[in-house]
Design a binder for this molecule. Structure first.
Ligand code: FE2
Length: 384
């Protein structure tokens, strides 16, 4: 995260004595990225964050994944997935995955277990409903249109209120704003489509007293279930530039022009070998001869995933795409507007569309849940 934040009580000088009301020292923890050569925070725990009482191998829900063969554009209808009782961590349905990122979907109606993703940052997007993301840094309330970025290894749980639909993006590395929008010191620049005022971080501590608390850890070798001696939510204060934060897609200011703007104007975040973009309601191209929908395009180095989360997506009209749909347009396939949508869009002044795009630089495999909700006719919808 680009900017400094401070919550609760911290001592005036780092790495100095800071005592609890009973005279014992608080336990200071430095949580930092990239070998402590990048963003970090200092947290002050009531009890040592190291005290574990048990550890056992945990088998997460199994899923299969296979390459996109034959190579085809795909349409996944997430609302057709089984939506039985589920939590937002173990109930996720992985849809598309490669070594850099795993994209999934979940309809959660119960609190998740305490969870730590030690493999990378997670970006969750709220399609509908609401939830509180409880973290060691404090709680974040999220609702429709919110992205929440949870940095690697932040212990948290997701509490739906009472139900939440999430697109889940699990990285193998860190997710943040595009570097071209930041100054050398990390401040958002004037041409960025959002800035510090649009971000929400935790505002207060979250303190629990429980003992013998289970935490599920996804790590590079698998999953382990720990029992912590004391609840990890025992941080009385923290400060730094590393913390979970939320950003509403409705605060993304679209960049528009006289003629069609190139796809990178929609970029919102960057991750390791992928980007996340936001398509939001906007005035469209105002050259007298403009064509507001995109040209046929081939992003030769990327697979393109679009999650349709609101409005009408003009370029996809007539393709069967609906609320909650995901399209996958892979590298190796040229895609573009569906037949008729170019002529239909001419003269339009405003597009009411809301979509989240993930472009990955390595090909995505299809997971079994994706095949279970696939509209298999989608690949042929341009041939009309
Ligand atoms: Fe595209």
């Amino acid at each position: 995260m680009p900017y400094y934040r401070r919550v609760g009580e911290v001592p005036p000088k780092r790495h100095t004595q800071f005592r609890r009301p009973d005279g014992e020292l608080y336990s200071e923890e430095l949580m930092g990225q990239e070998g402590f050569s990048s963003d970090s925070s200092l947290l002050y725990h009531r009890d040592p964050p190291t005290a574990i009482a048990a550890a056992e191998i945990f088998a997460p829900p199994a899923f299969a994944q296979a390459p996109n063969l034959p190579l085809k554009p795909r349409h996944l209808r997430t609302h057709k997935l089984d939506a039985g009782p589920a939590d937002a961590v173990l109930g996720r349905r992985p849809l598309l995955a490669n070594g850099d990122v795993r994209i999934g979907y979940v309809v959660a109606d119960r609190p998740s277990p305490l969870y730590r993703d030690a493999v990378g940052d997670e970006c969750l997007y709220v399609e509908a409903g609401a939830a509180t993301v409880e973290t060691t840094f404090g709680p974040l309330t999220i609702g429709p249109g919110d992205y929440v970025v949870i940095p690697t290894s932040v212990i948290h749980r997701i509490v739906p209120e009472p139900r939440v639909r999430l697109l889940t993006i699990e990285a193998t590395g860190h997710i943040g704003p595009p570097r071209r929008y930041l100054s050398a010191r990390g401040q958002f620049l004037e041409h960025a489509p959002y800035c510090e005022r649009d971000l929400r971080g935790p505002r207060e501590s979250l303190l629990r007293e429980d003992t013998d608390v289970e935490v599920y850890v996804k790590h590079r070798a698998g999953w382990t279930r720990y029992v912590y001696a004391r609840h990890p939510f025992d941080v009385v204060g923290w400060d730094g530039c590393l913390y979970p934060w939320a950003f509403s897609i409705h605060d993304f200011e679209p960049i528009t022009g006289r003629i069609h703007q190139p796809p990178p104007v929609h970029q919102t975040f960057e991750g390791p070998n992928f980007v996340v973009c936001s398509f939001v309601p906007r005035k469209v191209d105002y050259h007298p001869l403009s064509i507001p929908v995109p040209y046929n395009h081939h992003n030769v180095d990327s697979d393109e995933v679009l999650f349709y989360t609101g409005g009408n997506y003009e370029a996809r009209r007539g393709s069967g795409i609906e609320q909650g749909s995901i399209s996958l347009h892979p590298s190796g396939f040229t895609h573009g507007p569906q037949p008729g949508s170019v002529e239909r869009a001419i003269g339009a002044e405003f597009f009411d569309e809301l979509a989240v795009m993930v472009d990955t630089f390595r090909p995505l495999d299809l997971c079994d849940a994706a095949l279970s909700c696939e509209d298999t006719g989608y690949a042929w919808t341009w041939n009309r």
